[in-house]
Design a protein around this ligand. Structure first.
Ligand SMILES: Cc1cc2nc3c(=O)[nH]c(=O)nc-3n(C[C@H](O)[C@H](O)[C@H](O)COP(=O)(O)OP(=O)(O)OC[C@H]3O[C@@H](n4cnc5c(N)ncnc54)[C@H](O)[C@@H]3O)c2cc1C
Length: 458
């Protein structure tokens, strides 16, 4: 029996394992259904191009995370990049964020946004929905011309049924001075917002830093172990390959809705309300490898207008030159959806690629390769049920020794930084218990993960 069993070898699971080991706790097992680590922070090699699961850029503002990156990976392994991101609307590119850069847009749009901002609904004291929040912060004009159509696309859901509690650091504020200045001058985007500067690995795509963290682990990762059932009373996890793993404490990073569906619970527990109300959307991510350099000078572009099915496209080759063979470039696009047939997915991706080709002047013969990734769990929907019941649900699971963490385990809109910190936090919590006793009962393999791989291969 392992005292702690960790499910999922994405960033949250790797981080939990790393931080347990940092505390001298080795009596754990980590299981992952795929044959590789990283989950959504994975990267794919194809025809000399590297593609991530859409743009994955590292934003660092937490001192502990900063130190960890310095210690485990080294900042010399990253490009430090200053954002060049834009909004495309009315056949114009305006710098991000929209609420500060109206210069170049049609006069009626500018007038509508400014008038709306002045008359914004400041009387709404605590906005309940995202729509109310936008009207309070930015007014009806900004709501109409950007926020509502854009967020409708990205969430693929009714915005009147979404709270604003996720907005926090993700949506920069504005002011009348900033709006007027941004209307008069075609200034480049100032350093506002959480992503004004970001880091990207020089080699190997985004997975490379997660892999560097995984290489620090002493315990092996159990690949190709797909969880199919969890018995919380007997404390046993069953895998598709027949393996059954007892545990004392379970750390799960699996999507919460799927994990609950596998959970065999004592009769006094019912999670059916949660299963009916946990909602998220999916994202179709198309990636193109292009047979010529400099397909764009931008990092990414937002699209709010309805005629474009995608909400964003980005240019991976502008994050690191190693992402493409020499003389090539690459891009990605993102289409959010809920429940879409395979035929419709094919059609919408094909249409989107044609539109991107037009926007970036890419001929058919310049497309060297393409890869479409279907991300089943992408953006968690912050519905009213989540607001009211999620914390209680996670607490109830924790009482049953099931700690559900990470972006989909804890059912939230979070970045890699927060996901890594989730792994640290759960290790801190679990190791308040007598870790020392557990530590003394196991034999620690003194070889590092890398050394053991080498040993197995030779
Ligand atoms: C569209 C999009 C763009 C993003 N962009 C950024 C960005 O630019 N910057 C940033 O910081 N963050 C970004 N993120 C967030 C980032 O991807 C997540 O915070 C992070 O990857 C979550 O890691 P996780 O370990 O919680 O989940 P996951 O990566 O989903 O890991 C879960 C793991 O569990 C495994 N698993 C699932 N089911 C089973 C099973 N039954 N049995 C065993 N294993 C199983 C999976 O294979 C996976 O490895 C983005 C997310 C999305 C959706």
């Amino acid at each position: 029996m392992a005292r702690i069993v960790i499910l999922g070898g994405g960033l949250a699971g790797i981080s939990a394992a790393y931080h347990l080991e940092q505390k001298g706790f080795f009596d754990y097992q980590l299981f992952e259904k795929e044959n590789s680590i990283g989950g959504l922070c994975g990267s794919i090699q194809q025809d000399g191009f590297t593609f991530d699961y859409t743009g994955h850029l590292l934003h660092i503002n937490d001192p502990y995370f900063h130190d960890l990156i310095a210690r485990v990976v080294g900042f010399d392994q990253f490009n430090v990049i200053h954002r060049r991101s834009y909004i495309y609307s009315h056949q114009q590119y305006t710098p991000y964020p929209f609420q500060m850069h109206l210069h170049g847009l049609p006069t009626e749009v500018i007038a509508d946004c400014i008038a709306g901002y002045i008359k914004r609904a400041t009387h709404i004291r605590s906005p309940k929905t995202f729509v109310d929040w936008v009207h309070k912060q930015f007014g009806a004009g900004f709501a109409r011309h950007f926020f509502l159509p854009y967020q409708r696309k990205i969430f693929a859901h009714d915005l009147n049924k979404i709270t604003a509690s996720w907005t926090g650091r993700f949506v920069p504020q504005t002011s009348l001075e900033a709006i007027i200045e941004g209307t008069m001058y075609p200034a480049p985007a100032p350093s506002v917002g959480y992503n004004a500067q970001f880091f990207y690995p020089k080699q190997g795509g985004i997975v490379s830093w997660v892999a560097a963290l995984a290489r620090k682990l002493h315990q092996p990762i159990n690949y190709q172990h797909e969880v199919v059932a969890i018995d919380s009373k007997a404390r046993i996890v069953t895998f598709a390959n027949g393996h059954r793993q007892p545990y004392d404490k379970l750390v799960t990073t699996l999507p919460l809705d799927r994990m609950l569906a596998m959970l065999e619970t004592p009769s006094n527990r019912s999670f059916s309300a949660a299963q009916n109300n946990l909602m998220c959307n999916s994202v179709l991510n198309f990636n193109l490898g292009i047979n010529r350099p400099n397909v764009s000078d931008k990092h990414w572009i937002y699209f709010a207008e309805k005629e474009f099915p995608f909400y964003r496209i980005g240019f991976t080759s502008n994050f690191a030159t190693s992402m493409t063979p020499p003389g090539c470039s690459s891009l990605y696009g993102e289409i959010a959806y809920m429940n879409m047939s395979a035929a419709r997915k094919d059609a919408i991706v094909a249409r989107s690629i044609k539109q991107v080709q037009q926007l970036c002047a890419i001929d058919d013969h310049e497309i060297a390769t393409q890869k479409v990734l279907d991300i089943s769990h992408a953006y968690v929907i912050y519905n009213f049920w989540r607001e009211k019941h999620l914390t209680r649900l996670l607490q109830t699971l924790a009482q049953d020794n099931i700690h559900s963490i990470g972006r989909y385990g804890a059912w939230k809109y979070c970045s890699m930084q927060e996901t890594l910190l989730d792994g640290k936090q759960i290790a801190d919590i679990l190791c308040i218990q007598p870790a020392r006793r557990y530590y003394e009962t196991v034999t620690i393999n003194p070889l590092s993960y890398q050394e053991r791989i080498h040993e197995q291969q030779t």
